[in-house]
Design a protein around this ligand. Structure first.
Ligand code: DQQ
Length: 538
């Protein structure tokens, strides 16, 4: 669902070309102001590759249709003359939004700057002014901060002591750091003695995000909420692996430290927002609809040459609402309901048996731009393959047991962006294994056959899905838009996003199928598919 802003809204690729060359990356400073949603993002106005970084700016009434504006923040001061990198917005108690962002100074040091709207009565907040005092936070000999690893300030939060706090991503050797600063007036910031959190062996932490989540269900809470009704989430974008990982834990306000819960794994094996392409993400609290919304950058899987040829790179994922699941052990994500207004002509199937070794075409859906929701009921558990205890890496398991590798219970799922003769397809699917005391569900997105163009990265992605197939149906929602396949398993318990570039499965050559390559029949309890309209870019 790409647009010329590549905001992941429906548009056909050929139309993208009309708008010239550009490269898009991290979402920055998302917020709602006077009922209007704002999204800024890292943007190269001069090319489809990274460079010349400014903050591009778009606004929307509904998070679906967007109005682009002139770049909001661009190099203009000594403290950002070599680039305006990622940062976040904070809404002050007066209602005024302010931005903290990383500037690159003439010595190529990373420093933190402040910008605020020039005219608060302009709901589009088109012009931003910077403080002459910038930078407000900088590496010095005294504070020992690594000048090339000091970036991406979070939304600030206000403590009950009336001091603002913000964290900035950093590292010392291989230890990732969330450096903490405090301020009384948002202008004069003092570095705390201790980081909010750090973890060895994780390398540079880019784009940290630190926010409370309600323990009482799927509502969002303001970034400054503390106390017994909330847990805290620390999300880190690991520069070394380009994955967004998070832990759930407690913010100890007295000590100003974050402590992950026991069992909330830190580092490369911990939980991820998305097990495919999704990086440098950021949330904000929508106080009109009382929800927390997540934005993430979906980067390309194509070669740089192909990006230059097509004239653009990078899209924003469909915004997701994000909340704590009822057991408090993981987050749940779901596309914002507003996206459903793009749905057209519903195709519905129920109680359809998907026989072992069969495939079923879902007709009357424009398979190039579609929203598909399907639930599978499993039986015949004696056919489940045994899970070898050494198979602990789900991504590797998905690539060894891809969609065409026959199994017992599964692989079953969807072939999306599929050509008629299945020369090209992307498979989003499940396999069920028997471990010693339970059944384990593996969710995969297999791109190995996604394109006849061999220049693309076709890594297969995967994760284990925390669903008990004995008692629950296994659900999958997949949003398809030309080169983007965003999949939500188990009602949002696990997400996988893929970029694919079919050469045959384009236009009317794209098809959609349900398939079952296992040797046990699977019941589709319900399947709903919609063609999706194009969002409007004004
Ligand atoms: N992108 C920005 C940095 C950030 C990185 C530069 C993450 O601020 O660390 O464009 O993608």
């Amino acid at each position: 669902m790409a647009s010329y802003l590549c905001l992941s809204v429906i548009l056909i690729d050929s139309e993208i070309d009309n708008f010239g060359v550009f490269g898009l990356a991290d979402p920055n400073g998302p917020m709602i102001y006077k009922g209007l949603y704002h999204l800024f993002y890292q943007y190269n106005p001069k090319g489809a590759v990274w460079g010349n970084i400014v903050w591009a700016h778009s606004t929307s009434e509904d998070l679906v249709n967007w109005t682009p504006h002139e770049p909001a923040i661009f190099p203009s001061q000594e403290s950002d003359i070599n680039g305006c990198w990622s940062g976040s917005a904070t809404i002050l108690p007066s209602g005024k939004p302010v931005i903290l962002y990383t500037g690159i100074n003439p010595q190529n040091q990373q420093v933190q700057n402040y910008a605020e709207p020039k005219n608060l009565s302009d709901p589009f907040l088109r012009e931003w002014v910077k403080l002459p005092q910038n930078p407000l936070m900088a590496p010095t000999q005294a504070n020992q901060i690594n000048a090339s690893s000091f970036r991406d300030p979070t939304t600030a939060w206000l403590g009950p002591d009336k001091w603002w706090r913000v964290i900035i991503g950093s590292k010392r050797n291989r230890r990732g750091l969330a450096i903490l600063y405090r301020s009384k007036d948002f202008v004069y910031w003092v570095k705390a003695k201790h980081p909010l959190h750090s973890a060895k062996g994780t390398g540079m932490w880019e784009c940290p995000d630190f926010f409370p989540v309600s323990v009482d269900g799927p509502v969002g809470v303001d970034s400054s909420a503390i106390g017994g009704k909330v847990k805290h989430v620390l999300k880190l974008s690991f520069d070394d692996t380009k994955h967004d990982h998070y832990t759930i834990g407690t913010y100890n306000f007295d000590k100003d430290i974050y402590i992950p819960d026991k069992g909330s794994v830190e580092g490369y094996t911990g939980l991820r927002y998305d097990y495919g392409k999704f990086y440098a993400s950021k949330t904000f609290f929508d106080d009109v609809k009382n929800r927390r919304i997540l934005w993430g950058w979906i980067n390309e899987s194509s070669s740089v040459n192909d990006d230059i040829k097509k004239g653009w790179s990078g899209v924003q994922a469909i915004p997701r609402t994000i909340w704590l699941d009822k057991y408090g052990k993981q987050l749940i994500q779901w596309p914002i309901p507003e996206i459903e207004k793009l749905r057209l002509n519903n195709v519905n199937l129920s109680n359809k048996l998907l026989k072992a070794g069969s495939k079923l075409q879902i007709s009357n859906v424009q398979a190039l731009q579609a929203d598909v929701e399907v639930s599978f009921k499993i039986s015949g558990f004696e056919k489940a393959e045994k899970l070898d205890p050494s198979w602990t890496n789900p991504q590797m398991l998905c690539s060894q047991k891809g969609a065409s590798v026959k199994g017992g219970l599964g692989p079953f799922g969807l072939h999306v962006l599929a050509s008629k003769g299945l020369e090209e397809y992307t498979a989003v699917f499940f396999r069920i294994f028997k471990s010693y005391d339970k059944y384990v569900v593996l969710m995969c997105s297999d791109q190995s056959r996604s394109s006849l163009n061999e220049d693309n990265d076709k890594t297969t992605y995967g994760t284990f899905l925390n669903v008990d197939p004995v008692y629950e149906t296994i659900s999958l929602r997949t949003l398809i838009d030309h080169s983007i396949v965003e999949s939500f398993g188990g009602k949002g318990k696990a997400c996988i996003t893929a970029r694919v570039y079919p050469t045959l499965a384009i236009g009317y050559g794209a098809n959609l199928y349900a398939f079952n390559n296992g040797n046990q029949d699977v019941q589709i309890t319900s399947l709903n598919a919609w063609s999706m309209k194009k969002a409007k870019i004004y």
